[in-house]
Design a protein around this ligand. Structure first.
Ligand code: NDP
Ligand SMILES: O=C(O)[C@H](O)CS(=O)(=O)O
Length: 491
């Protein structure tokens, strides 16, 4: 493994590196712990308390006990606490970024960007907390009056992935707490430290005991099953693979839980003849290589119209030379390690399959000389629909270029997937922009941009990419129940 660069994290506030579980406003140290390693070096960062099924059950109980008083607070009161939490996240962004880079590997600047992105959801829902409006409906009879109330669903169980260990929790806990729900967060085993640091700041912001709980651990399936089957949990919110999302849906069916699922993707990225090719190359660099290709909205299939294919392919390969692979704490590093050996194996499998079926590697194509799980940013040309990269999400730094002739054909190819999270295309023909944007089967479409994620818009997918939306003015809906009062005898 690589030489040791990060063994003890240099933090302005070392108390943010918390290794205990946060349950009912207390820091709980269990007998069982599990190691968290730095994927860039293999260094042990910390040993973290391992909460099991029984601990999860107890945590659900305290979240259930806390929900009535938290829901009774006004939106303004809850919003003020969330606003304070946002302020503390921003003030401590450097330390939160250091913890995130250490446990997940992304370059420090990108990690700090994630911290601010995650914080933006807390800020947004601090404001939305005051705007949970109901409705007044004209009575259907002279003596009737009808009022619609919006009320918090109750206890929310949250399961999140390793690739955005701060923002994926923030995107859920923000709306949940804003509307008056209580929250049990189970972060990924690989990256619990960011979630625990968020809880340190949440406690300082004044979140009451039992409202926010963070239960790190290794028994993902056992804890997940408890969250899904415990009838004190009203809702499950999950971000991760479609495979696990399907497991959770089946488990939650027994108690008809509400489900928010942000699942897998396989985003098409289309470049038409009339596009600004240089802009399209810049967009593809972001859409493909952000977070080392480890995002659910990464461009997984790049379709380029025949007239600009060679120009685009050459310019993209040239641009990838600007990517600087290395330890995320290094100066000027743009691309960190892949999360683990399994991720490297999947990338290698996708490349070897494509090459065996006729694709050409024009850039990268193999593990980095740095060793470990570092991998060279890769561009493939001559990619065809029979290759694995056309069907499966690579979740790594591989840009497969497909050539196409006609608009109808590329839209059909783009839609030929069980996934429908994000799509991207570049065109300067306004009529084409509307035709293609309306025809693409995805929850989000980037038009002449490769970066679409923001707290102000409703993030989510269609088909097997998930259920529900996160962020935006729509983001509270999934944490609310609607109830109407029909009042009679109003003479
Ligand atoms: N739509 C979106 O916004 C996003 C989608 N994804 C998708 O997730 C995948 C990559 O992330 P990855 O972490 O590998 O995804 P996984 O689905 O494997 O894991 C996601 C989370 O689910 C937990 N988990 C795993 N198995 C179970 C189970 N049986 N019951 C309950 N929880 C379980 C994991 O815990 P543990 O880590 O402890 O095993 C982790 O916390 C890709 O497919 C990507 O597209 C990722 C991020 C965002
Ligand atoms: O892939 C993910 O985990 C995130 O949803 C990506 S994004 O929100 O930063 O686009």
């Amino acid at each position: 493994m690589l030489d040791t660069k990060v063994t003890k994290l240099e933090l302005k506030d070392p108390s943010l590196l918390e290794t205990r579980a946060y349950i009912n406003g207390a820091w709980v140290e269990g007998e069982a712990t599990f190691p968290v390693h730095n994927p860039a070096t293999g260094d042990l960062i910390a040993n973290v308390t391992d909460i099991d099924i029984e601990g999860t059950r107890q945590t659900i109980d305290v979240a259930y006990a806390a929900k009535k008083e938290w829901a009774a607070q006004t939106g303004k009161e809850r919003g003020a606490i969330l606003r304070k939490w946002f302020d503390l996240m921003v003030e401590n962004a450097d330390d939160l970024a250091t913890i995130l880079t250490a446990e997940m590997g992304k370059p420090w600047a990108e990690a700090r960007g994630e911290i601010l992105y995650g914080a933006s959801f807390i800020e947004w829902f601090a404001e939305e907390a005051k705007r949970i409006y109901g409705d007044v409906i004209p009575g259907h009879q002279r003596d009737k009056r009808i009022v619609v109330l919006k009320q918090p669903v109750g206890v929310v169980g949250s399961i999140t992935p390793w690739n955005f260990p701060n923002a994926m929790i923030a995107r859920k806990v923000g709306p949940a707490l804003a509307v008056g729900c209580t929250f049990v967060a189970r972060p990924a085993t690989l990256t619990p430290l960011s979630a625990l640091a968020m809880a340190v700041l949440g406690e300082r912001a004044g979140i009451p005991a039992g409202v926010l709980n963070v239960i790190p651990g290794t028994d993902s399936s056992g804890v997940g099953n408890e969250l899904c089957t415990n009838d004190k949990v009203a809702k499950i919110t999950f971000t991760g693979s479609t495979r696990v999302g399907q497991i959770l849906m089946r488990q939650a069916a027994g108690t008809i839980k509400k489900m928010s699922l942000e699942l897998g993707g396989n985003a098409p990225f289309i470049v038409f003849d009339d596009a600004d090719v240089d802009a399209a190359v810049d967009g593809a660099m972001i859409a493909k290589f952000r977070n080392n290709g480890q995002t659910c909205v990464c461009a997984n299939r790049i379709y380029v119209q025949a007239g600009v294919y060679d120009e685009f392919a050459a310019k993209l390969a040239e641009k990838t030379k600007d990517l600087n692979v290395g330890n995320g704490f290094g100066d000027g590093i743009t691309t960190g390690p892949l999360i683990n050996d399994a991720a490297v194996a999947k990338v290698e499998e996708h490349i070897s399959d494509a090459v065996s079926k006729g694709a050409t590697v024009t850039m990268g194509g193999k593990r980095s000389d740095l060793g470990g799980t570092f991998f060279e940013p890769t561009v493939l040309t001559g990619v065809t629909r029979d290759m694995v990269v056309a069907k499966d999400e690579t979740f790594g730094p591989v840009a497969p270029l497909f050539k196409f002739e006609e608009e109808d054909d590329v839209v059909a190819m783009a839609n030929d997937s069980e996934f429908g999270l994000a799509s991207y295309f570049y065109s300067r023909d306004l009529a084409r922009v509307w035709r293609v944007a309306e025809a693409l089967e995805s929850g989000m479409v980037g038009v002449n941009t490769g970066l679409i994620s923001t707290e102000v818009a409703p993030f989510g997918g269609v088909k097997q990419s998930g259920l529900g939306r996160e962020g935006s003015k729509y983001g509270t809906e999934d944490f609310l129940e609607m109830k109407y009062l029909c009042m009679g005898e109003i003479q």
